[in-house]
Design a protein around this ligand. Structure first.
Ligand code: MV4
Length: 509
């Protein structure tokens, strides 16, 4: 197995990968930007390399810096996490060219699924059911009007270089086509430097369901069932669950086979997710995400698998070593994304300094977070602070556990979207499984309920008290930190010495 790998990411996913590395006896090396100097992932790693710069493009997105950090610390491989460079085929190629192992799919597979027109063509060729529509781009509004006559309204216009909801427009009649085409294509050009558009029939009130797949380097592939991701706002998922209430064992088998066919069509290796739209019992291939996803923990809870461990084993060249027949779901899991935002103020971002964290606990409760007291929550990075994941033997017990865990969770210093998730979980329609991708818009989040107001008020009071206390204890705290730093130096779990590294900077305590 690898001796040392670079984790080219930050926050909760960097910490999550580092944790599995340490459990496998692999030395994880972290990288950090200037604003992440004190971040938890730099402290839990074997070594930490400063990339310099504050913004992602100056640090986590800088291929040269990331590769230099890996080579200068003697890493053998790079795990990209999600986001940043995780679906960048050019970076994957660079990593391999530099003699390092890319812990992810081959660049050709990333490209094959990156362009949505190419992926639709690949899928049709592989007899994978795609949403009814065209597999050729529509050149202009006139071509779109002509094509729409064949497909039938309502239409979904999509950017070929888009994905995740970017560059999409619903067109309900031909009168709207010209302006919709111009706007969508313009947005795609400015966002992706590619204005190519394609067209599908719009599926109303769909559910967003995805299948987790794993392929090793020896032609073996398995799927780990579905994740229900329909509870989302503006294409940002809020609550994910596994399994899905609408997926029968027969449909799970069918979707799993479709997902594996999709991966094979592009020579896939490592972990990936095939996204489907579910509408009235039918499923249609949407797109494939060529990375480990934020919501992978709900699959881990229900199938008892460590997906990062499997990624590392596959990248190292090991065979999966198990058959599809041995993969069976057990119980139910939910994940709630804890974002720094105000759900009662149109989810406006919330910035501030983390003053405290009360983490929920108890059986089958997992908090994937990289928060620490004093952490600055800014607009520089993704607003997701943490992921709260729970398991239960059935859906209602998992819902009860998630509601209890959310009520226990307290993050001081910023507002979070947790109250919105609680509103979803206590909604009887949701509990009956009656929801689709529009569900969140049916909730009245205009104001907190009396109880929620109290929670928000209490959190603000705790925050004020802690800030005042820290100010009063200022001098004492400074000396305590120095003592902690000295004691940590004595008790670090790794050999006391650290390899001299060209530009590694010790993360400040
Ligand atoms: C669709 C669709 C309905 N019909 N395509 C959203 C993100 C990207 N993965 C593709 N998505 C969709 N594509 C057709 N032909 C519905 C979605 C969709 C969605 C659309 C609008 C608002 C929220 C949504 C959430 C999930 C999926």
């Amino acid at each position: 197995m690898f001796r040392r790998i670079l984790v080219a990411n930050r926050g909760e996913i960097a910490l999550r990968v580092i944790r599995t590395c340490r459990e496998m006896g692999i030395e994880p090396v972290a990288v950090f930007s200037d604003v992440d100097r004190k971040a938890l992932h730099t402290r839990m790693a074997y070594n930490a390399v400063s990339l310099g710069g504050a913004l992602p493009r100056e640090s986590y997105l800088d291929m040269d810096k990331v590769i230099a950090a890996a080579k200068s610390t003697g890493c053998e491989a790079i795990h990209p996490g999600y986001g940043f460079l995780s679906e960048n085929a050019e970076f994957a190629e660079r990593v391999t060219k530099e003699g390092l192992v890319w812990i992810g799919p081959p660049p050709a597979a990333i490209r094959g699924m990156g362009d949505k027109i190419t992926s639709r063509r690949n899928m049709k060729r592989a007899n994978v059911p795609v949403v009814p529509g065209l597999t050729d781009p529509v050149a202009d509004a006139d071509a779109a009007l002509a094509a729409a006559e064949k497909i039938g309204y309502p239409i979904m216009l999509k950017a070929a270089a888009g994905g995740g909801g970017k560059g999409m427009r619903i067109v309900r009649s031909k009168n709207d086509m010209a302006s919709a085409f111009r706007t969508a294509s313009g947005e795609a050009l400015s966002s992706f430097r590619d204005g190519s558009m394609y067209m599908e029939r719009y599926l109303d009130e769909p559910r967003h369901i995805e299948i987790q797949v794993l392929f090793d380097k020896h032609g073996n592939g398995v799927h780990f069932g579905e994740r229900e991701c329909s509870i989302q706002r503006r294409h940002q998922k809020l609550i994910e669950e596994a399994p899905s209430v609408v997926i029968t064992p027969e449909l799970r088998k069918k979707m799993g086979e479709i997902a594996l066919a999709a991966g094979r069509a592009v020579g896939y290796e490592n972990a990936g997710t095939v996204e489907f739209l579910y509408s009235k019992g039918d499923v249609f291939f949407l797109e494939m995400n060529t990375r480990l996803q934020v919501e992978h923990p709900v699959t881990e809870m229900v199938y008892g698998v460590d997906l990062v461990r499997e990624q590392l084993r596959i990248a190292y060249g090991e065979k999966l070593g198990y058959e599809q027949s041995s993969i069976q779901p057990r119980g139910w899991a939910f994940e709630v994304r804890i974002n720094a935002e105000d759900p009662f103020n149109n989810f406006v971002p919330s910035i501030g300094t983390i003053s405290n964290l009360r983490a929920p606990g108890g059986a089958w409760v997992r908090l994937d977070a990289a928060l620490y007291r004093g952490m600055e929550v800014s607009l520089n990075y993704d607003p997701m602070l943490a992921k709260l994941i729970v398991w239960g033997p059935d859906r209602m017990s998992a819902i009860a556990r998630m509601r209890r865990a959310l009520q226990e969770l307290n993050v001081g210093g910023v507002r979070t979207g947790a109250p919105a998730a609680l509103r979803v979980l206590e909604d009887e329609r949701f509990q009956r499984g009656e929801f689709d991708t529009h569900f969140l818009s049916t909730l009245d989040l205009s104001k907190p309920s009396e109880g929620e107001d109290l929670i928000v008020a209490a959190a603000a009071a705790i925050h004020r008290h802690l800030l005042a206390r820290r100010k009063a204890l200022g001098t004492h705290a400074a000396s305590r930190n120095a003592w902690q730093a000295r004691s940590r130096a004595r008790h670090t779990q790794y050999p006391p010495h650290r390899p001299e590294v060209a530009h590694a900077k010790e993360p400040q305590p």
